[in-house]
Design a binder for this molecule. Structure first.
Ligand code: HPA
Ligand code: ZN
Length: 327
């Protein structure tokens, strides 16, 4: 159950993988439609990132057509709306589909149609972020970037996700530089508790010039890094229920400490169909862990501050948060 204050608080989501919004039942229905074996049951928790990713990549096999991607996106946007999300920036993993023979055009067009329908139907507003799979390497990322250019107007930025071990940001410096030159905004995952976490975070700043970091909670172990992230007002997209289901720890204290230390921390759902909750459920989990309404409202503001929105739309969203908390 989500508390009324949290449900009504205008929220921005900046870290959600569309493929991670594929609910088990929806996956089963798609599998039946395409004559595939029904998906395996999902466990309540995972033993870290790689264990989760195996399930996640197996499930996407039921996504085959433009309509499948449209349906997936529509379902997420409808849930986000019910949860009080007024703007969302959604990741997708093109290589997880093109590697199975699904055309990038079908993926992107299906998602885009759902976004248009949602905007026409009262929102939330949304934009799209293309994530490269770090374990597919830099050459595949370069090919994916080139293939994305015909859809440049439909894609706001690029990110980097999947298994982080042995795949530092530096490996992708050139492709991210090309993406920037093509007009894309830049973000990257630095998942919790990964080997070389601090090195990866510094590379995001020094080599890539990212505009946000996805997760990034390990920064708290390095005072100089915290100071630099605070100085740059760099958004950190933390995902409490993801932390809980992958690492057995919500990391609510870390969120409170990030706020305390002046970081632009935001709260997001990551892969809500796997981790037991959408964005309002993540706020609720933090409330249960002791965060106050004032802290949660500050986090909601941070979401809109860190979003890739034009100034006048950002201001309107921030005003909506302020009006809500003043009421
Ligand atoms: N981290 C890395 N890869 C992912 C994630 C994540 O949080 N979600 C989906 N793919
Ligand atoms: Zn993620």
């Amino acid at each position: 159950m989500v508390d009324d204050f949290i449900a009504g608080l205008p929220k921005c989501e900046l870290h959600v993988h569309l493929e991670g919004t594929l609910e088990q039942r929806h996956c089963g229905a798609l599998a039946a439609r395409h004559g595939l074996r029904p998906p395996a049951d999902r466990p309540a928790s995972y033993d870290g990132l790689a264990d989760f990713l195996a399930d996640y990549y197996a499930a996407v096999d039921c996504l085959r057509t433009e309509d499948d991607f449209r349906e997936l996106t529509s379902a997420y946007l409808a849930t986000a709306r019910r949860q009080g999300v007024t703007h969302t920036e959604m990741f997708f993993d093109p290589q997880a589909h093109t590697s199975r023979g699904v055309a990038l055009e079908a993926v992107v067009t299906g998602i885009h149609r759902a976004q248009e329908e949602c905007t026409a139907g009262g929102g939330p507003s949304s934009s799209l972020i293309l994530c490269f799979l770090r374990d597919a390497g830099a050459e595949s990322a370069r090919e994916t970037l080139a293939a994305s250019l015909p859809y440049r107007d439909w894609i706001a930025g690029v990110g980097l996700d999947s298994d982080e071990r042995g795949h530092p940001p530096a490996e992708f410096a050139e492709v991210f530089s090309s993406a920037r030159a093509a007009g894309y905004r830049l973000t990257m995952h630095c998942d919790p508790l990964q080997p070389d976490a601090l090195l990866h975070l510094w590379q995001c700043l020094d080599l890539i010039g990212v505009e946000r970091i996805d997760h990034g909670v390990d920064c708290l172990r390095d005072d100089r890094l915290v100071a630099e992230l605070a100085r740059r007002r760099l958004g950190l997209t933390v995902c409490p229920l993801s932390n809980l289901r992958l690492y057995g720890d919500l990391m609510g204290d870390a969120v409170a400490e990030m706020l305390e230390r002046g970081l632009l921390v935001t709260v997001n759902s990551d892969d809500p169909a796997y981790f037991g909750g959408y964005v309002a459920d993540n706020y609720e989990a933090l409330a249960d862990a002791g965060l106050s309404r004032e802290q949660l409202a500050r986090i909601a503001r941070h979401g809109f501050e860190a979003a890739w929105l034009p100034p006048e739309r950002r201001a309107a969203h921030l005003q909506a948060v302020d009006d809500y908390t003043a009421a």
